[in-house]
Ligand binder design. Sequence first.
Ligand code: DX5
Ligand code: ZN
Length: 220
Amino acid sequence: MALVAPSILSADFGRLHDDIVDVLDRGAHWVHVDVMDGRFVPNITIGPVVTKAAARAAKANGHDALVDVHLMIVEPDRYVQDFRDAGAELITVHAEACLHLHRSIQAIKATGAKAGVSLNPHTPESVLDYVLDDLDLVLVMSVNPGFGGQSLIETSFTKIERLRREIDRRANGVLIEVDGGVKADNARRFTEAGAHVLVSGSGVFNASDRTAAIAALAAA
Ligand code: DX5
Ligand code: ZN
């Protein structure tokens, strides 16, 4: 069993509210918001304004989906409060974007949000050795961040396995989320490696049968 976090990057932004409510009605658990700045990654997406609209949709129609904001931006400390004010409940920064990662984690927690750190495919999980116990979640990128619809990178499974072993050893309750190339037909590989939360953009929003796609991800 996994938590399913559709990435709104693949939603129809012309009907964003309805698209988010639709995937929640069909059983998705979290709303994953991909923020890109054209500097940390070669793409620009959305900021706090659209995040606020997504956060409103996450609580519409009787839903109470967690608003999961993935910051793929440089100097994220500058914007953490803005995203919190927009409704972010979990804020994830990239280890590679933070010179002082410990400080960035504390800055997130000071807003009252849960704190996550994301690792690019080349980044070893050992960079988290001295901050792992401070985190709520580790986000393992299974593609190079920047775009939806890419194919997964195989070494991600080894990283998830190693992280899960360390988290279980410490029994600190940190969740592992995986992001990039996750589909109904490969989801079980991620959960067997140790992932708790599956982000899927194209695999949910572009699926011909969204209900079936979400059910398959959740059952993985
Ligand atoms: C990648 C983003 C992902 C992406 C996932 O840079 O962080 O959340 O939208 O998209 P899919 O599921 O299509 O690979
Ligand atoms: Zn993401």
